[in-house]
Design a protein around this ligand. Structure first.
Ligand code: ADP
Ligand code: MG
Length: 679
């Protein structure tokens, strides 16, 4: 029998049960073996009868001192009620047991014999007793007593007992395939696959359970790491011609400011990659406002001066447009030909830009996902820059890379990603960090307030306006508001405009607006045609309005910490002192503590780590399409050490061609699903 066989091949699983298992996503033996318990019930502690406590289920060993006796109590029109009674005892005391409608089971208990029981003591003024305890003889392994019992996620009609039995049957008939090389098992003292599966479903001790988990977590990480390593190896075997011209003086001199030390260092790391014979795969991490755009621009300039084409991909139209508006005036005098390509442009316009691009008439094309469409063709694409990349799936980045012949890849991430996640998302990349902000920035001051401060808050907004500064007001997404009393952007903007600030200029921006509309609003706000911009999180990524000094976040408890940190990064970009005010009426102590944590630090990495711990990796990016693989046992927030070990081991195994076929097959599947594909 194979792991891919249907669970129907197991005795006791017919079509009805199979249907129920299907609801849990279990179709094959392999699915069943990987259906890990969601929890465990510890029945390993034995308690003397004297020490049993009411309402606390426990295990105890006792001898039967009276022969089980069954009464039948007739119930008119129904099956008779059966009551089987007996007494058991140990050296500390006696206990009366009652079994309801279980005479067949209970009568197996032999007077004079000793058994292990598991049950819950119930008591009243008449004394204590126990009803329908589980029991089994002392010889042989404990199946329901003296064990750590698995508790599975269930569906209506499927009991924990049925699932447990099915899993046991599967374990007896199938040896799970070993995915890890023997050398790795030895080096990291890992359980072999059959033992690990046996132990995760039926651990004998807590240590054994921990070891089983460690082994399975290791395997999950090893699989993904091996996939990343294989992808990386594929890319690094590709030969490239080193760039000849890396003189950047003209570029540096044309900048309106001096680069920070961190910016210069990262640019130099990129230039090093350009003169090597390998395609670059580099992630640049830098907190909001650290000046990543200039680093990207420097890379683009160098590639263009070497006669290559560059694609700069941004996650939103607003951002693409902003990059274009900032880079175009910089590059034009330097002879770097730029173009913008976004979905909302006229068809004819797009067509023309694409034609020029294909003919080599542009050195740098800035755009959104529109760059990915098949109709976008390059003459010699050699550098792909993805800005704020976590919004792109890995598959999308692969698609863009495939438009050149193993082009250099530069990813700019503003989300300070905790190391654990970075290894999973970007284990195939080299990492550069911009750990310095441009000089002269005053840190943003942050406060947490509730509705009682509304009047003062409004006065503060007015004061900012009087000082000729602008305010962002961020609300939860518009569609969320129908069911709850959230400050929906659209309605809130109306209220502010009509009743709160009738003499201020209030604009509205939300994700459902068309690209052109959004752009118009954003540009008008940047040009100070409005005092207040009420918006959803569409402004979260990258938009630059140096004159804005106040960020108000309504229903702040609805946002993740990292998201709030991103939002806060929209202000404090000019010379003036800036403020971030989180409004939340949420009284939950944990929530308030979380929000206060944000107010007390501006260290993005610390915030990210905190966020990951609190919300888990899925929510970490705030969006479903975060590109993270899902793990069954591994926890990205806490299993850091195992991840690092698995990563090391996988890199070595891939380099030595020592990856078991079973694992390779799974890697292949991952790559085909596009999850990790990269050329
Ligand atoms: P981010 O890393 O968030 O993408 P940006 O590249 O948008 O940051 O830069 C934020 C702001 O800082 C921009 O207005 C940019 O012009 C400015 N800036 C970038 N580098 C420097 C520098 N070295 N000195 C002064 N200002 C800088
Ligand atoms: Mg940016």
């Amino acid at each position: 029998m194979a792991l891919t066989d249907s669970i129907r091949t197991l005795t006791g699983i017919g079509p009805k049960k199979a249907e129920l298992f299907a609801k849990l996503g279990i179709f094959t033996i392999g699915d069943l073996l990987r259906f890990y318990p969601r929890d465990y019930e510890d029945r390993t502690q034995l308690v003397p009868i004297m020490a049993l406590e009411p309402d606390k289920p426990a295990c105890f060993i006792a001898s039967v001192v009276t022969t089980p006796h069954t009464h039948r109590i007739p119930k008119p029109g129904q099956r008779a009620l059966e009551l089987t009674k007996l007494t058991v005892a140990d050296h500390t005391g006696r206990l009366n047991l009652t079994f309801f409608n279980a005479s067949y089971t209970a009568e197996r208990l032999q007077k004079g014999e000793t058994y292990c029981f598991y049950g819950t003591l119930v008591g009243d003024y008449l004394g204590y007793a126990m009803t329908n305890p589980l029991f089994e003889p002392l010889d042989g392994e404990g199946k329901v007593t003296r064990c750590i019992c698995p508790i599975y996620s269930l569906t209506a009609g499927l009991t924990n007992k049925v699932v447990t039995q099915a899993v046991q049957a599967a374990l007896q008939n199938h040896a799970p395939t070993e995915m890890l090389p023997q050398g790795v098992l030895d080096a990291y003292h890992l359980l072999d696959a059959p033992t690990a599966y046996q132990s995760i479903h039926a651990p004998k001790t807590h240590e054994e359970l921990e070891e089983a988990k460690r082994r399975l977590i290791f395997e999950e990480f090893f699989l993904f790491s091996a996939a990343l390593s294989i992808v990386r190896t594929k890319r690094t075997v590709q030969e490239k011609h080193p760039y000849q011209n890396t003189d950047m003086q003209v570029f540096y001199r044309s900048l309106p400011f001096r680069l920070t030390g961190a910016q210069s260092r990262v640019i130099n790391e990129i230039l090093q990659d350009f003169v090597s014979c390998k395609p670059m795969s580099r992630l640049v991490q830098g907190d909001v406002g650290s000046g990543k755009t200039m680093v990207a621009a420097a890379a683009a300039y160098c590639a263009a001066k070497n006669g290559k084409q560059v694609a700069l991909m941004a996650p939103t139209e607003i951002l693409a447009k902003q990059h274009y508006d900032r880079l175009m005036p910089l590059f034009q005098p330097l002879g770097v030909r730029c173009a913008l390509l976004t979905g909302s442009q006229k068809l004819s316009e797009k067509k023309e830009i694409r034609q020029t691009l294909a003919d080599g008439g542009f050195d740098l094309i800035i755009g959104t996902h529109a760059l990915l469409s098949d109709t976008t063709v390059f003459q010699n694409l050699d550098l792909v820059i993805a800005d704020e990349q976590h919004r792109f799936g890995v598959a999308q980045r692969a698609k863009l890379l495939s438009k050149g012949s193993s082009p250099h890849l530069l990813i700019m991430s503003a989300t300070p990603i905790p190391r654990t996640l970075a290894l999973i998302l970007y284990g195939d990349l080299d990492v550069s960090v911009i750990d310095e902000l441009p000089p002269g920035r005053e840190p943003v001051e942050s406060f947490l307030v509730d509705e009682r401060y509304r009047t003062r808050l409004n006065a503060f907004i007015r004061k900012q306006t009087e000082e000729n500064h602008q305010t962002f007001i961020v609300c939860p997404a518009i569609e969320e508001s129908e069911t709850e009393s959230l400050k929906a952007a659209e309605i809130w903007a109306q209220t502010l405009k009509q009743t709160v600030f009738p003499n201020l200029r209030v604009a509205l921006l939300h994700g459902k607006m068309k690209g052109a509309e959004k752009d118009a609003v954003m540009q008008a706000f940047a040009a100070h045609k409005y005092d207040i911009l009420v918006s959803t999180t569409v402004i979260e990524v990258g938009v630059d309005v140096p004159n804005a000094t106040l960020m108000v976040v309504e229903n702040a408890d609805r946002f993740g910490l990292s998201q709030l940190h991103q939002l806060r990064g929209r202000i404090g970009r000019g010379g003036a002192k800036s403020y971030c005010i989180l409004v939340s009426d949420h009284q939950n102590a944990e929530t308030r503590q979380r929000l206060k944590a944000l107010c007390s630090t501006t260290d993005g990495f610390r915030i990210a780590q905190e966020d990951l711990k609190l919300r888990g990796p899925g929510d970490f990016f705030g969006a479903r399409q975060h590109g993270l693989p899902t793990f069954r046992v591994a926890n990205l927030a806490t299993d850091m050490t195992v991840l690092q070990q698995a990563q090391e081991a996988a890199a070595i195994a891939v380099a030595n061609n020592d990856v078991p076929d079973a694992l390779l097959a799974q890697v292949q599947q991952l790559l085909e699903n596009g999850e990790f594909a990269m050329n």
